[in-house]
Design a protein around this ligand. Structure first.
Ligand code: SF4
Ligand code: SF4
Length: 444
């Protein structure tokens, strides 16, 4: 099969060195993590926050709704444990913004809400009912975007997109939660993708994964013949991409597939006729359809340079501090990152909760702050997937050279973090360039 890619980028290790040479990406997902308490933020998606629907003293079970959407671009929030609501508090999120959160104390019974039941014939549900299920499910983009999935589907249907891409190109070195789902629960991901393709009215479903995932490729190919018979009206395909960072970014997928360069702010639906969902999102949609299970927990990768590496199923709302209590060596980490090691957010406090968009928690023990000035090695230039000269952009920004900055097209930066990660001088290029790019796009 032909391998697609974009120019430049960076070829990371698989995280093996980072995890003590254990085969972290191939190990099974661990059992569900059981927290003592969860704090469920009402804002875990892009859009307006949910509104709490419970009060202190209420009892909830797994799947109970605790927050209702406040607009069409919002999403309900559901409890991932059973227990007692102990309060509604204002909490800080990883990006240092704040919102209301429902605090639930775990009674350790894992009692399911009465509505969560396996359906006899999930593939016979009509379109109107599927929309209702998706609206209620609380599913949002579980990669970086956090867009409510129902909102994204309606938009795709309105525009009339032709292709749905299932993005399993998790290209950050220490994140493998999506690829685990694809390997261990292949059918769940495929079924969810078909539900979404029906709602968006697309005719083509394409699974995108990196060339190194051979087992996952076979799992997909083995399942395909069944779905080709079941959905004869849909064209089903797989595309392989070279393993390089940041291949998983939506605009770089489109560049590699269609050789079209979209501006950062362009909508993939409008500009390319493509709607993209990641593998975790597809699986969560199928849970709602198959057994009326809203999104209450997710698989996250926990990894560090203290030889730990696991994928764990965690109730959404679990505080990072409670997870770290059970991770050997976590106390010696100098930096805790939520998300990927490259694109994630370094936490100021570990009291933040795992949300629907948290793909990992990475602990860095051997973090070295910046050491030297630029040594002009050119590594950042080789790594930048959109062809910028990050060392120059950073220097111009520091010197506030307005006109020269414009000429360098900084607005094209996709904040992928590759330049900072490869810089041997430890200069955080992407933070400065990414912020300037956002400003430039806003002011346009
Ligand atoms: S963060 Fe921006 S400048 Fe740096 S490599 Fe990515 S796109 Fe290029
Ligand atoms: S990678 Fe760092 S040291 Fe090398 S050219 Fe870029 S900014 Fe300079």
């Amino acid at each position: 099969m032909k391998k697609l890619s974009f120019k430049k980028g960076w070829l990371p290790l698989d995280g093996l060195a980072f995890t003590g040479d254990r085969d972290f990406p191939r190990e099974p997902v661990l059992e569900i993590f059981t927290p003592r308490e969860i704090a469920l933020p009402m804002l875990q998606h892009s859009g307006t926050p949910a509104i709490p629907t419970v009060r202190e003293g209420d009892r909830v079970t797994v799947g109970s709704i605790v927050g209702k959407p406040s607009s069409v671009r919002s999403a309900p929030v559901h409890a991932g444990i059973s227990g007692m609501v102990t309060g509604i508090e204002t909490v800080r999120l990883a990006d240092n913004t704040s919102c209301k959160a429902v605090i639930i104390h775990n009674d350790l019974k894992r009692e399911l809400h009465s509505s969560v039941k396996k359906r006899m014939y999930p593939d016979r549900i009509g379109r109107d009912d599927l929309w209702k299920l998706l609206d209620y499910s609380g599913v949002v983009g579980m990669g970086r975007d956090g867009i409510p999935t129902a909102f994204k589907c309606r938009n795709a249907e309105r525009i009339g997109v032709e292709t749905l891409l299932v993005n399993a190109c998790q290209s950050e070195p220490y994140l493998t939660c999506d690829i685990h789902l694809l390997r261990e629960q292949t059918e769940r991901v495929i079924q969810g993708a078909f539900v979404l393709s029906g709602l968006c009215r697309v005719k083509r479903v394409v699974f995108c994964l990196l060339d190194k995932w051979e087992t996952e490729l076979s799992a997909l190919q083995n399942s395909f013949h069944k779905y080709r018979e079941h959905y004869p009206d849909r064209d089903l395909g797989i595309r392989l991409f070279r393993s390089r960072f940041p291949q998983g970014f939506d605009k770089l997928l489109i560049k590699a597939l269609y050789d079209v360069e979209l501006p950062v702010e362009a909508s993939c639906e409008e500009a390319a006729g493509v709607v993209i969902f990641n593998a975790s999102t597809c699986a969560a949609v199928w849970d709602m359809v198959e057994r009326n299970q809203p999104l209450t927990s997710r698989v996250i990768s926990i990894s560090s340079d203290t030889a730990i590496g696991h994928n764990v199923l965690v109730p959404i709302g679990t505080r990072v501090s409670e997870i770290l209590e059970r991770v050997p060596g976590a106390a010696s980490a100098r930096r805790i990152i939520m998300g990927g090691a490259i694109t994630g957010t370094a936490l100021r406090s570990t009291e933040v909760s795992v949300t629907k968009t948290t793909s990992g928690i990475i602990m860095i023990r051997n973090f070295e702050p910046p050491k030297t000035a630029c040594i002009h090695c050119g590594a950042c230039v080789d790594a930048c997937p959109v062809g910028l000269l990050p060392y120059l952009c950073e220097q111009l920004l520091r010197a506030d050279e307005g006109e020269a900055i414009k000429r360098e097209n900084i607005r094209n930066c996709i904040s992928c973090g590759a330049c900072s990660y490869v810089c041997p001088a430890g200069i955080d290029l992407s933070a400065r360039i990414g912020k300037a790019a956002e400003r430039s796009r806003r002011d346009r």
